[in-house]
Design a protein around this ligand. Structure first.
Ligand code: DX5
Ligand code: ZN
Length: 220
């Protein structure tokens, strides 16, 4: 069964409680929350009040993906708002080792994300200390973009590194994931799949999640 983290970036925020209930009732494993600051990425999404609102209704872990500068300043607040997993960008953290330690000290699982152009080999010295690596399969900032094909190879290279270093890190893929690429990504070694617009654009989001997890084989 594929593990799905549902990105709410492209959900209907006017019906947030209904969208959360749908995810609660689905076979998805996590909520994925994309935090954008208009500095690290060319878009602004949402902040603590929305995370808290999701937390109050969600029956599943919150996987919070920070696309922000100065993440260190806000680690405690993200914990307080309800994050269970906190992922920061390699490209936005000059003292990544310290940041990862701080996230774990706050009682969260720590993830590191790589932009499409950032090689997996740069994680060599930190891979033993992280719980998750998020490979961006689009340039971060927006939902609904086309999947970058080079990601398959990147997943395989990351899998090799994780095995070589006996790391327990999960491999997460984020951006443009849908039924056309999920099986090949799983084959390459990916563990968790972030999916946003493919779910919220679907006529039947809950059934679409079942198709992605592999619980249902009906293709509509
Ligand atoms: C993009 C975000 C993704 C995005 C995924 O910067 O990190 O989580 O919401 O959405 P889709 O599945 O639409 O590419
Ligand atoms: Zn994301």
């Amino acid at each position: 069964m594929n593990r799905i983290a549902v990105s709410i970036l492209n959900c209907n925020f006017g019906e947030l409680n209904r969208e959360i209930a749908m995810v609660n009732g689905s076979s998805a494993e996590w909520f994925h929350l994309d935090i954008m600051d208009g500095v690290f990425v060319p878009n602004i999404s949402f902040g603590f009040p929305v995370i808290q609102a999701v937390r109050s209704q969600a029956a599943k872990p919150l996987d919070v993906h920070l696309m922000i500068a100065s993440a260190d300043r806000y680690i405690k607040e993200f914990r307080q708002a309800g994050a269970d997993w906190l992922t920061v960008h390699y490209e936005a953290c000059p003292h990544l080792h310290r940041t990862v330690q701080n996230i774990r000290q706050e009682g969260m699982k720590a993830g590191v994300s790589l932009n499409p152009h950032t090689p997996v080999s740069l994680l060599e010295e930190i891979i033993g200390e992280v719980d998750l690596v998020l490979l961006m399969s689009v340039n971060p900032g927006f939902g609904g973009q086309a999947f970058i094909e080079n990601t398959y190879e990147k997943v395989s290279r990351l899998k090799e590194l994780i095995e070589k270093k006996s790391s327990g890190a999960l491999i997460q893929v984020d951006g443009g994931v849908d039924l056309s690429n999920i099986a090949r990504l799983a084959q390459a070694g990916a563990d968790v799949f972030v999916v946003g617009s493919f779910i919220f654009r679907a006529e039947n989001p809950m059934q679409t999640i079942d198709q992605l997890t592999g619980q249902s084989t009906i293709i509509r």
